[in-house]
Write a protein that binds this ligand. Structure first.
Ligand code: ADP
Length: 184
């Protein structure tokens, strides 16, 4: 079972755990367009990170408006172990015929771009859109891995570690299975 993959000088790694506890420079939030917090990953990040995050989100929304699906912005990590949170809005699954795949891939590439532009060395992603947004987990895992590999192949980056953080054992197996396929 593959849990790691090296692309140029960046290591992709599968991790089972809580995204809020990751000791990386930036964690990615599966946010919603209003950037004001919510359930799932979003709720956990705001709970642990504290009010500095929501204050910065409010300033961002007042400047650029609501964040479209597939886009990403960066804020402080507040009280989190991570220094930064990159907030991205995943697509809501509507059966797959509404460019959900492209939008989800864009969440990953936009987040990687922001991290690279800031010179960060490590980033951790949750399984964006696979909770209340309803994206089928196996399809979402393939997109996450393919998008990260594609970005790293096509761009130079400061990132040396890209982690996929999953909460439960089933999601872990799904990601490991996808990593097996690309490693084969
Ligand atoms: P979305 O609204 O984008 O679907 P959710 O936050 O509802 O996002 O869920 C995304 C995924 O993150 C789900 O697979 C869920 O099991 C997982 N998840 C929920 N809480 C955490 C956490 N604290 N750390 C890592 N993953 C989590």
């Amino acid at each position: 079972m593959a849990t790691e993959l090296i692309v140029k000088s960046t290591k992709l790694m599968l991790v089972r755990g809580d995204i809020t506890q990751q000791k990386v420079e930036a964690i990615v939030n599966a946010a919603n367009s209003g950037l004001m917090g919510g359930g799932g990953v979003d709720g956990a990040i705001h709970r642990v990170g504290g009010s500095a995050i929501v204050e910065e989100c409010r300033r961002i929304v007042s400047q650029i408006g609501r964040l479209a699906a597939g886009k990403a912005v960066i804020t402080t990590g507040g009280n989190l172990p991570a220094k930064y949170v990159i907030h991205t809005v995943g697509p809501v699954w509507r059966g797959g015929g509404n460019s959900e795949g492209e939008t989800l891939a864009s969440c990953y590439t936009e987040s990687l771009k922001i991290a690279s532009d800031k010179g960060l060395t490590s980033i951790a992603f949750p399984a964006i859109s696979t909770g209340v947004y309803g994206y089928p987990q196996d399809q979402a895992a393939k997109i996450a891995i393919d998008a990260a590999i594609g970005y790293l192949k096509d761009n130079s980056t400061s990132l040396i570690a890209v982690h996929f953080v999953v909460y439960d054992g089933n999601a872990y197996k799904i990601y490991a299975n996808e990593l097996d396929k690309v490693a084969a």
